[in-house]
Design a protein around this ligand. Sequence first.
Ligand SMILES: [Zn+2]
Ligand SMILES: [Zn+2]
Length: 126
Amino acid sequence: MKTKKEMRNYQRAYRQKQRQDPLFVIKLREYYREWYKKNGRKRAKNYNEKNHKWREEHPKEVQAYYEVEKALSKKLIKKPNKCSKCGRVTKLVGHHPDYSKPLKVQWLCHSCHKLAHAEKTIKARG
Ligand SMILES: [Zn+2]
Ligand SMILES: [Zn+2]
């Protein structure tokens, strides 16, 4: 059995070793950057509230979104890097023309996605 002190020393040595590894440092930096993007202090609260409201109002979208995430992680589908409408290389959102077919997803940039929803609303109104 190792004593607590030994364990602590071991962990400290381990972390020090990690910090000397440039690849680890890069990974760590990326991790924090991602974390701040997601949890950035200023907008965190507002963002969560909005997100929560949206989820409650759009249960079908949420379900379809989860199906897509699952399929992506299982590599059943692939996320392209270009918007399928305008071809812009940017961050894409999975859009569902039909929520009953969650894996029939259209990858759109933010502005095309907005447009797609506007069109959908107009069509739904008739
Ligand atoms: Zn686009
Ligand atoms: Zn959409």
